[in-house]
Ligand binder design. Sequence first.
Ligand SMILES: [Zn+2]
Ligand SMILES: [Zn+2]
Length: 373
Amino acid sequence: MRQDAYELLGVGRTADERSIKKAFRGLARELHPDVNSHDPEAEAKFKAAAEAYEVLSDPERRAVYDRHGWDGLVSGGAQGGHGFGSFSDIFEAFFGGDPFGGGRGGGPGVIQGGDIAAEVEISLEQAARSASVDVAYDSVAPCERCHGNRAEPGTPIEACERCGGQGQLRAVTRTAFGQMVRAQVCDLCGGEGKVATTPCTECGGQGLRAVRRELSVDIPAGIADGQRIRITGRGHAGERGGPAGDLYVVVRVAEDERFLRDGSNLVAVVDVPAPAAALGTEVTVATLDGEETVEVPAGTQPGTVVTLSGRGMPTIDRGRPGDQQVVLNVVVPRNLTPRQRELMAELRDSVTEENMSEAASDSLLSKVRRALR
Ligand SMILES: [Zn+2]
Ligand SMILES: [Zn+2]
């Protein structure tokens, strides 16, 4: 036996339209599945209450129900055809929006300001140490003349005629649940409820102006080319009390001709004349901390890499800094003078297999031995 519609809503058989509506509203808040996830029956109860309300809120259907009960309505559509949609649909239709009164702050028509992207270029050295850089950018800001209220100073601001100062327009529609009221932002005043009689001459009544702004931005050490820094609230101004957008500073790290950057490692290439590499020498290498002397042992081969541990870029998370790698580019002399040719020829003729093989101390075996020591 299906439960009585009046009982479902908890009202008497003579209840008027208003108390029926009030009863359903109270039940709906109580039974809404979103706030009753712990009660598996809430959804079914809510649906039953909604069906009862659908019948009792319609005078014709209520009369049929009073005479014949649920059976009289089976063909009338309570069971088929209507379809309740999701519960939030019902709520939106019935309560006109968020059923629990939450939602965004501010009045109707609040608009958050847009985000801005600005670009700044720094040197590799600045990227290695934290830097403070001035960033200039264009943004929308409240008009200084009218302070954002859109009216020429000294002129009145009047209540909007279209919405009567409410900022909202209400549209009434009839649905299965009776009269539904929907609110929308007034298109004349944009939700403010007020209209300037004489628009501000500076901003043309927009309340906003484009301004050039400059900001000092701290760039953390170790930043990579193309990384962005977000500065909240420094974007375009919001409208109608809305918050400002954000500023994104895109950091470009200029190339440094002395180094290649590979993540947190730096790579530098140093030319070493072949005879000097054969005899052993020292070379001067640029580092982020100034010049450094690097030992080149006798017999150094082209492409040998010397690692200066911890001398690369810092990491943004302040982990272990990278290394600097020095690639020894052994260069064979070109454009020889006659005397140099003589010396080279003499050297060539004296080179033996012994000169070409690795020194005993540099053999693979001894390297492995050293690594295991
Ligand atoms: Zn203005
Ligand atoms: Zn209005």
